[in-house]
Design a protein around this ligand. Structure first.
Ligand SMILES: *Cc1c(COP(=O)(O)O)cnc(C)c1O
Ligand SMILES: [Zn+2]
Length: 379
């Protein structure tokens, strides 16, 4: 049973009663032109959540094993996400001088991506509300994930993708039977198109940083790492950063592990962007953005990140930093992960290993987890 208590706007701080139909804060709405919207954060009664988790009343595997810390009313019947392995890579750890190196292998999710965690919660909410159609904008992974879950649940699915989406990703979308709207522009444009059309049609939105419940699914990757390490959380967790939802969710997950008494410390959060598209790194360093570059790491090619405020808040709470790596280093890191760890990561996810190779000197003796967010190696 859920221990949810309400929804707090991360922009104005107002708290609203829990409503499964909620999207943005009614007072702040879209916010200003920089995407600083009134995104809602789900709040819980952690004493109740701790008791419910300890009692193990909701016996489920994966994402819904953490039901008290999700906004979902009852266990849904969906493609099972989560319960992914934490792969130990001792040879690489030794070479880099780390105490321990783990890959949280999210490529083992049903559609090969961490996005299946957030889709699970989004589709559970859509079903609770009686929605018949769902939609999202995506560089590919969120769309494929939604299309797969919609296929399994019998929902109509509309996805909005950038004009440069790969043929491999379009093929996955077609196989799941989604209606695909290819935008005339980039991801940011596809996002705007999806919200205009989706809202007008009354479909259920799976856009993260708009729908407040998706981050709750993403945070389960951190809850799982905590359980897999028996509460002994790592020193550093490294994840790629596009809109900022994934790393912000990881930060929330570890804070909640502390709230429910499963750990006493928080890992530092390292977020990685591509050198060509690094608006959040620039914002973190108080530098002006340079909107001119490109990256082949499609899943983090986001020029107008929508969850900046939330991510920066989590970085304040946990400590850590945002850094950028050039595509050439990420390509080498992707090859090395396959050849030396036996894990095929998509280019976006290999940014984590590229960042680690840059910073290994400072991390000697530490326990590091790289979140391998996706495995569709079409880039
Ligand atoms: C979406 C995605 C990310 C980035 O997540 P954000 O929430 O946009 O920061 C990272 N890796 C993969 C594989 C993704 O699909
Ligand atoms: Zn608000």
């Amino acid at each position: 049973m859920t221990a949810v208590t309400g929804l707090r706007c991360i922009r104005c701080g107002r708290v609203f009663p829990f409503d499964s139909a909620a999207y943005l804060c009614p007072a702040c709405g879209e916010g200003n032109a920089h995407g600083d919207a009134g995104i809602l954060d789900v709040e819980y009664d952690y004493d109740r959540a701790r008791d419910a988790l300890a009692a193990g009343r909701d016996r489920a595997a994966g994402v819904f094993g953490f039901l008290p810390l999700l906004p979902v009313g009852a266990l849904p019947n969906l493609l099972p996400a989560g319960e992914t392995p934490l792969v130990r890579v001792p040879r690489l750890a030794r070479r880099l001088g780390l105490a321990e190196l783990y890959l949280k292998d999210e490529t083992r999710n049903p559609t090969r991506c961490l996005k299946d965690r957030s889709t699970s919660v989004g589709v559970a909410m859509a079903l609770e509300r009686g929605a018949r159609a769902v939609y999202c904008a995506s560089a590919g992974n969120a769309a494929i994930s939604l299309a797969g879950y919609a296929a399994h649940a019998g929902l109509e699915c509309h996805v909005f993708v950038p004009n440069r989406v790969s043929e491999v990703r379009l093929d996955w979308l077609r196989r799941f039977g989604a209606s695909v709207h290819v935008s005339g522009g980039n991801y940011d444009q596809a996002f705007a198109e999806s919200e205009t059309l989706g809202r007008a049609a009354g479909w259920y939105s799976r856009n993260c940083a708009y729908n407040p419940f998706l981050v709750e699914g993403k945070k389960t990757v951190a809850l799982e790492i905590g359980v897999q390490l028996d509460g002994d959380v790592p020193d550093v967790v490294v994840a790629p950063v596009g809109d900022g939802c994934t790393l912000a969710a990881i930060g929330k997950g570890f804070r909640e592990l502390r709230e429910v008494g499963r750990t006493s410390r928080l890992p530092a959060l390292f977020g990685v962007q591509a050198e060509g598209v690094q608006p959040l790194v620039r914002r973190f360093r108080n530098e002006p953005d340079d909107p001119g570059g490109e990256t082949r790491a499609a899943s983090i090619s986001v020029r107008r990140p929508r969850n900046a405020r939330r991510l920066l808040r989590e970085l304040d709470a946990a400590g850590g930093e945002l850094l950028a790596v050039p595509d050439e280093e990420t390509e080498a890191a992707q090859r090395a992960l396959a050849e030396e760890a036996g894990v095929v990561a998509e280019l976006t996810s290999a940014t984590t290993f590229a960042a680690l190779l840059r910073r290994a000197g400072e991390l000697r003796g530490r326990r590091v987890v790289l979140v391998i967010t996706g495995g569709r190696a079409d880039a």
